[in-house]
Write a protein that binds this ligand. Sequence first.
Ligand SMILES: [Zn+2]
Length: 216
Amino acid sequence: MAKRKRVSVTPVSVTLLILALAGMFVLGVFVGKNMSGGHKVDKSILLVNESHPLSRDYVPDSLVNLYEKRHSFRLSRSDIYLTYETYLAAQQMFAAAESEDVNGFYITSGYRSYERQQEVYAESKPGYAQKPGCSEHQTGLCFDVTAENVGGFETTRQYDWLRLNAHKYGFIQRYPVDKSHITGISYEPWHYRYVGIDAATYMTAHGLTLEEYLGQ
Ligand SMILES: [Zn+2]
């Protein structure tokens, strides 16, 4: 008759097993979709693109006319609007640039209503403008900026300054040169989007677009 093998279950091995399972669980939570390298992904950040359009009646809260506010930048028109939070962050950013003797930024565009985007879309060649609802400008959280120069904005020191510093004020370059296959939009060196300092710093450090950051 075969001798029955007994597996001894000691309190120590049970404790080790529980600790191992708990460790795997904690690791799973931290490396899971909400955490990446200690950074908590802010899922509340608004994503707008062709697959995530805004409704016709979406109008952001607290839009302010930049012309009526203190600003350390120039405006190409008197009717450019941003959300108050975006304006404050932009003002801090351009004031910091000014203190480092980098001046001459022109904001050329901010909030654009659904109806205005309809007109832009109708007036543009195919592929040159976003469909109504699909433009990030409807969020009031982004602006287009340029500087007086002969070449493109990306050849200016203003552009270099933004590339190095924008994330410190919560902005990202939304449509980088090598990410159009992800954003669906070709390189726009002039378009900056407010996402908050933590998210902007993380995305900039890791070279992520907003789509990649949000896992979309
Ligand atoms: Zn833009």
